[in-house]
Ligand binder design. Structure first.
Ligand SMILES: *[C@@H]1O[C@H](CO)[C@@H](O)[C@H](O)[C@H]1NC(C)=O
Ligand SMILES: *[C@@H]1O[C@H](CO)[C@@H](O)[C@H](O)[C@H]1NC(C)=O
Length: 410
């Protein structure tokens, strides 16, 4: 298992080098195997990382149509919808235990008595989009509803007929079939369903999905499930980081949904969580109860300057570029309009640290001066910086800056 993974990684590295040399955009190792002119999924969606809300991290299986409708209302009344949180996604446990006699998936009649089409109409009437969930298996992970394995076409058409805009597709109960077989099947089914449906592969990073996911989907989970802890959040974003070069408009690495507002981390830790997801071009899918969140939570989730980093049109995933002594990290990535996003992270718990981002580490040419904007303080640092940026960062905290290049100075 280990040696297999190791070989696989080497191949990926080699391919990365070739891709840079050849300036090719279609270079991932392909399970389908073809002539090297592989196409990316062609549904026009996901030009920037998806934003929205999903039921799982807060509600688990306890969902019903009133909860979802009131969540839609709260996304609007809090202003989150206007900030770009568009998708309202049901996770596991929305469907009846069995298919109908005709083989169709149906909504759980107790939880969603009005049906999914009615819910989609409501969501659309508010200017938002509806997401649904299934598994590339015989049943979903909760075992409370059918999965779509062997029913891909009928399910994709059913979802489309209801007006569904997004599918999160999980990896439970796969009957021993490989991910590279099961996940492409649903991709093909969705592309024949007659409606653009954002396809979110949730196959946990198995078989290095980042290297082939973009052919089939708009995002792909690179990790196991996140949980509401500092350790889990950092572990997921670190795993995700090694696949940075595979992200681009149309297809994104997904280190899992946000836990901001669910209570297992401090305010500063949630700021770190949101900052890392933003700079790494991760999907911003809210996972808390937006109907009862605190003002602090709302302020984190709706920070327009941080969202703008995530939604920048260049779509280049920021990466960890420096690490010191297991506590200090510098993350950076280019933005449009000659700008650079920089995150200074103190993972340690003992005290504040001075952290420096040198131009040589963050991809800015020597001699370029910048104007630095602290996007959490909403302040522009006085004067111009030349060569490096240094700031003091409290434990389990970060600072996030956008540097605007102002040209070579004499
Ligand atoms: C959460 O994730 C962390 C890190 O991946 C793990 O060590 C921990 O056991 C998990 N906690 C729960 C409750 O699953
Ligand atoms: C910026 O730094 C470079 C290298 O030290 C130096 O040549 C240049 O004069 C500096 N510019 C300013 C305005 O300080």
């Amino acid at each position: 298992m280990c040696s297999y993974a190791f070989k696989r990684r080497s191949v990926v590295l080699l391919l990365s080098v070739l891709a840079i040399v050849g300036a090719s955009t279609a270079w991932a190792a392909s399970p389908a195997g073809d002539d090297g002119r592989r196409r990316l999924i062609d549904n026009g969606l996901g030009r920037t990382p998806q934003m929205g809300w999903n039921s799982w991290n807060h509600f688990g299986c306890n969902i019903d149509e009133m909860t979802i409708r009131s969540t839609v209302d709260a996304l609007i009344s809090t202003g989150l919808a206007n900030k770009g949180y568009t998708y309202v996604n049901l996770d596991d446990c929305w469907a009846a235990y069995q298919r109908t006699n005709e083989g169709y998936m149906a909504a759980d009649p107790k939880k969603f008595p009005s049906g999914i089409k009615d819910l989609a109409d409501y969501v659309h009437s508010k200017g938002l989009k509806l997401g649904l969930y299934s598994s590339a298996g015989t049943r979903t992970c909760s075992q409370t509803m059918p999965g779509s394995l062997g029913f891909e076409d009928i399910d994709a058409k059913t979802f489309a007929s209801w007006g569904v805009d997004y599918l999160k597709y999980d990896n439970c109960n796969g009957n021993g079939l490989r991910e590279t077989v099961r996940f492409p099947r649903m991709s093909a089914a969705l592309s024949n369903a007659g409606r653009p449906i954002f396809y979110s592969l949730c196959e946990w990073g198995v078989m290095n999905v980042a290297t082939w996911g973009a052919q089939y989907g708009n995002s792909w989970r690179t990790t196991g499930d996140i949980n509401n802890s500092w350790a889990s959040m950092l572990s997921n974003i670190n795993t995700n980081d090694q696949f940075a070069s595979y992200a681009k408009p149309g297809g994104w690495n997904d280190p899992d949904m946000l836990e901001v507002g669910n209570g297992g981390m401090t305010h500063d830790e949630y700021v770190v969580h949101f900052s890392l997801w933003a700079i790494a071009k991760s999907p911003l899918i809210i996972g808390c109860d937006v109907r009862s969140m605190s003002k602090e939570t709302l302020d984190i989730l709706s920070n327009p300057e941080v969202i703008a980093i995530n939604q920048d049109r260049l779509g280049i995933q920021g990466k960890k570029v420096r690490q010191y002594d297991n506590e200090i990290e510098v993350w950076a990535g280019p933005l449009s309009k000659r700008r650079t996003a920089v995150l200074l992270l103190n993972r340690g718990s003992s005290g504040s640290r001075q952290i420096t981002a040198a131009w040589t580490d963050i991809g800015i040419k020597r001699g370029i001066a910048v104007e630095a904007r602290d996007v959490w303080k909403h302040e522009t640092v006085a004067g111009r910086l030349n060569g490096s940026l240094t700031a003091e960062v409290a434990p389990h905290s970060c600072k996030l800056f956008v540097l605007t290049h102002v040209g070579r100075q004499q």
